[in-house]
Write a protein that binds this ligand. Structure first.
Ligand code: FES
Length: 81
């Protein structure tokens, strides 16, 4: 499950990136490249683990993830901007 602070809990769907799973629930998320280059989707990860489809090139802090190119490995809690 994906817990989104100040929003709701949504399911993570197999074969869908974190960004796609959130969008499926009609929650607006910032994005641009959708490939880990621009950093527009940068999101705080409060708990849990994610795995990247490929190494992300955009700069992120230690507590941030790029939802456009990762999948949850566990239940996670994120904070959308
Ligand atoms: S949309 Fe560009 S890094 Fe995620």
């Amino acid at each position: 499950m994906i817990h989104i602070q100040q929003h709701k809990t949504v399911p993570h769907l197999p074969q869908r990136t974190l960004l796609e799973s959130i969008e499926d629930q009609k929650i607006v998320v910032q994005f641009h490249c959708r490939e880990g280059f621009c950093g527009a989707c940068r999101t705080k990860l409060r708990s849990g683990e994610v795995e990247y489809t490929s190494f992300p090139l955009a700069y992120i802090d230690d507590d941030e993830i790029l939802p456009c190119c990762c999948y949850p490995l566990s239940d996670i809690e994120i904070e959308l901007a």
